[in-house]
Design a protein around this ligand. Sequence first.
Ligand code: ASP
Ligand code: MG
Length: 409
Amino acid sequence: MALIVQKFGGTSVGSIERIQNVAKRCLAAQRAGNKVVVIVSAMSGETNRLLGLAHALTAVPNAREMDAIAATGEQVAAGLTALAIEAEGGRARSLLGHQVKVLTDGAFTKARIRTIDHSKIQATLEAGEIAVVAGFQGVDDDGNITTLGRGGSDTSAVAIAAAIGADACEIFTDVDGVYTTDPNICPSARKIDRISYEEMLELASLGAKVLQIRSVEIAMKYKVPVHVRSSFNETPGTWVTSEDKSLEDVVVAGVAYDKNDARVHLVGVLDKPGVVAEVFAAIAEKNVSVDMIIQNATSNSEGRADVTFTVSRTDLVRAKPFIEEVASKVGASAVKYDEDIVKVSIVGLGMRSHAGVAAKMFKLLADEGINIQAISTSEIKVSCIVHQKYTELAVRTLHDGFGLGKPVG
Ligand code: ASP
Ligand code: MG
């Protein structure tokens, strides 16, 4: 007998018919001899609809009330799923975040889980029932309803799996698993059978949107095996697990791209100690995170340097005024922005032990005439900024150039 957590995303519970399918699936798992905890998202489109209602009233809704509103989507889905299980002849009980309880900090709309008291879930399972838990929501110390950020039901599922010591956390979604790259822009993309937590974390933060990043962090910390799979068929999906020898041999596991970056170029700032410290302190103080940073001496201008960095496009509008303020303080002669860029990245554990991976990436891009504007690397990742018009070409070239298009034996 195993203890399993099954999480169903918005499309999987998007209609009464689909909820009935979910009910059948959980019951099949229970009848096969497992203890089953189900986590549900709101029905597809519901969270957007609810947040839209709040925004229709006021441009900047109070975050506490936003959470009170948004959390209802999961409440409805949990109740309906429990009913559907009963209608199929099973026994189930819905549990909301505050009933479980999932205790979070008080950061409304992006709360982080502190602890999970799993006694109600355990009691439900002991009674032979399926526990249907509303994802995405928690409660803070003062009893306020909180939510875990968009896509947060993944995090609810993995955190509950960790808390109850589940044997696996199945994430049911509308795709067959994690792909080597985005199949919408690269026809030869393949489903990955197994990937390490580290690689998944890099891919998720580089814009591959299958799992909320936080859920992968928790899975890695507590070693929860995660199985991302389709709710519409029985085909095995992608296992996200601890690394082992076979995963370490994979030089490049996936190619990701992210169009949410913008490049900022400070021309001719003073080249002396403390200048970049001042620039980036001013940016950090406003809670804008910076990704890549490049500094080089300005040609034919003694004692001056150019500083280039990237921020997320969503932050840029907000960031422009204080970037310009600090730029003039450090003597920049101009500030330039470029939003027509894309970050393409290759990710793989095998990079740790194979030399020349970055060089091969640069060569593949160069052979297609794609100019690289900035580069950053980590132990298992290389990212390049290129012009946005090359997005598809760059992704396909890297994907096929690193042999990801071919089935691996
Ligand atoms: N319903 C929430 C959202 O759309 C949480 C989730 O689906 O994971 O972000
Ligand atoms: Mg999701």
